[in-house]
Write a protein that binds this ligand. Structure first.
Ligand code: PGA
Length: 257
C-alpha cells in the first residue's frame, strides 16, 4: 500500500508573516494539532517560495509537515545569479523540491533535459524530488498525451539511479489553475500508463512509486480521484492557499481506501 501524499504548491503567494497563522489554522482543521499520528498516515508537504522556506520549516517542524522548494539549480555552487542550490536548502533543513512544474517550463525555459539534470542532482543530494509533467490541451486533442508523457519522462529515467526519493506528479497543463480538473478516469488512464512506463524501466519498484495528480484538485473532486488505483496523492495549487480547503483534502486522503 502506497502512503498517500498531499502536496501544496503555494507558487508566488504569501509572505513570511502569513506563515504562523496558516499552519495554526491548517493543523487545527485537519486534526494534526491534536493527533500527530496523522502525519504517519499521509505525507503532508508544502512547496513554498524560497524566502518563506525557513519560516515554514520552523513553524511546521514538529508537526510532521514537510517543506519543499519549488525549484533548484543542478549545480552545487557558482556563477548562477538568482538561483538556489541544493546545499543551501539542506543547510536550512529543507530536503525536498518540485522539479519541472509546468509554469517553470512555460515561463522560465525549463526543458525535458534540464528537468532530468535537476532530478538527478536532487536525487544524488538525497532530496525528495517531485517531478512534474503533463500535456497541453492541444496535445491531448491531437491524441498525443502518452507520447508527450513518454518524451518528458524518458530523459528523467535515463538520468536517475532508480526510483528512490522520486515522486511523479502528472499535471495536465489544461487543468492547472483553470477550475477544470481531469476526470478521475482521464487521470487514472494517464497514471496507469505512467506506472507501466516506469515498470518497463525499473521493474517491480514501480509498484511503490507515488504518482500524484495535479490540476484543479479541490475538496470536492479529491475523494473521487482517490477511488482510482494509481492515484497516490495530489499536487494542489489554488486550494493549498486556504487552510480550510487543503486541510479537508488531507482528511479525504486519510479516509481513502
Ligand atoms: P491548481 O495548481 O491546483 O491551482 O490547478 C496545481 C499546480 O500547479 O501544481
Amino acid at each position: 500500500m502506497r502512503k498517500k501524499m498531499i502536496a501544496g504548491n503555494w507558487k508566488m503567494n504569501k509572505v513570511v508573516s502569513d506563515v504562523p497563522e496558516f499552519f495554526r489554522a491548517f493543523s487545527s482543521a485537519c486534526g494534526l494539532a491534536k493527533d500527530r499520528s496523522i502525519s504517519a498516515k499521509v505525507d503532508i508537504l508544502f512547496a513554498v517560495p524560497s524566502v518563506l522556506l525557513d519560516a515554514c520549516r520552523t513553524t511546521a517542524s514538529g508537526m510532521g509537515i514537510h517543506v519543499a522548494a519549488q525549484n533548484i539549480h543542478q549545480e552545487t555552487s557558482g556563477a548562477f545569479t538568482g538561483e538556489v542550490s541544493l546545499p543551501m536548502l539542506s543547510d536550512i533543513g529543507v530536503n525536498a523540491t518540485l522539479i519541472g512544474h509546468s509554469e517553470r517550463r512555460q515561463f522560465f525555459g525549463e526543458t525535458n533535459q534540464s528537468v532530468a539534470l535537476k532530478t538527478a542532482s536532487a536525487q544524488k543530494a538525497g532530496f525528495l524530488a517531485i517531478v512534474c509533467f503533463g500535456e497541453t490541451l492541444e496535445q491531448r486533442n491531437a491524441g498525443q498525451t502518452e507520447a508527450v508523457i513518454k518524451d518528458q519522462l524518458d530523459p528523467v529515467f535515463d538520468a536517475i539511479s532508480g526510483l528512490n526519493n522520486i515522486v511523479l506528479a502528472y499535471e495536465p497543463v489544461w487543468a492547472i489553475g483553470t477550475g477544470v480538473s481531469a476526470t478521475s478516469a482521464q487521470a487514472q488512464s494517464a497514471h496507469e500508463y505512467i506506472r507501466n512506463l516506469t515498470r518497463s524501466r525499473f521493474g517491480g519498484s514501480a509498484d511503490s512509486l507515488r504518482i500524484l495528480y495535479g490540476g484543479s484538485a479541490n475538496p470536492k473532486n479529491i475523494a473521487e480521484l482517490f477511488t482510482k488505483a494509481d492515484i497516490d496523492g495530489a499536487l494542489i495549487g489554488g486550494a493549498s492557499l486556504k487552510p480550510d480547503e487543503i486541510s479537508s483534502m488531507v482528511v479525504k486522503a486519510l479516509e481513502a481506501k
